[in-house]
Design a protein around this ligand. Structure first.
Ligand SMILES: CC(C)(COP(=O)(O)OP(=O)(O)OC[C@H]1O[C@@H](n2cnc3c(N)ncnc32)[C@H](O)[C@@H]1OP(=O)(O)O)[C@@H](O)C(=O)NCCC(=O)NCCS
Length: 171
């Protein structure tokens, strides 16, 4: 059974050991970069990041990094967020900033089961209410695209960065 738990001193080494397939390395940031992003968000962001280990029973099989942002109508710190205000009227959003299942555990349905838990977690408004959750899917990442689409994420039709497609799920 899939459970999400905060990454802490008990489990961070297990998370650190997780690996993508070589063919997937261009699809997401490294584990090290995700730890750095979480650290910087903790230091400098308006809301602490949600950095969660994914457990299958008692085994760490993946992780998710989730961020929360309250938006301004214009002039957001991340200017790409202006799209969410202008096109959808979003006032606050969650970002699934990173998500992975360990190479050795893929293809067993754990990604799908984890997405259900991640969406439930976000719907519980852990940092506050929000209008949507978004993520970036890099071109060619067919497994992830299929997974996100099957959970209701839709392309917003704009690429802020070449090769990175923004997908949004209304909450
Ligand atoms: C995307 C990822 C999380 C999927 O995890 P997983 O545990 O293998 O996923 P599941 O076993 O639950 O399969 C989910 C769906 O993807 C499909 N899938 C899995 N691997 C696939 C592949 N290599 N190519 C195409 N489809 C694939 C499955 O068939 C399944 O579809 P179905 O519902 O029609 O059966 C995993 O591949 C991963 O960690 N990738 C590297 C990190 C990454 O790309 N993260 C997303 C960043 S945007």
């Amino acid at each position: 059974m899939i459970k999400l738990r905060e990454i802490d001193s008990d489990n961070y080494e297990k998370v650190w050991e997780l690996k993508s397939l070589d063919s997937q390395k261009s699809f997401k940031d490294t584990v090290a970069k995700d730890f750095a992003t979480a650290y910087l968000e903790l230091l400098e962001g308006d809301h602490p990041p949600m950095f969660l280990a994914i457990y299958n029973d008692e085994e760490v099989v993946g992780y998710a990094l989730i961020l929360y942002y309250e938006l301004r109508e214009e002039g957001n710190d991340h200017e790409e967020f202006d799209i969410f205000c202008k096109d959808f009227g979003d006032k606050a959003i969650y970002e699934l900033g990173s998500f992975m299942i360990d190479a050795g555990q893929q293809g067993k349905g754990l990604g799908k089961a984890s997405m259900v838990k991640i969406i439930e977690y976000i719907q519980s408004a852990p940092k506050g209410s929000a209008d949507s959750v978004f993520l970036i899917c890099r071109e060619g990442n067919e497994a992830a695209e299929k997974l996100f689409t099957s959970h209701g994420f839709k392309y917003i039709g704009k690429q802020v960065v070449e090769g990175e497609k923004v997908m949004r799920l209304a909450l």
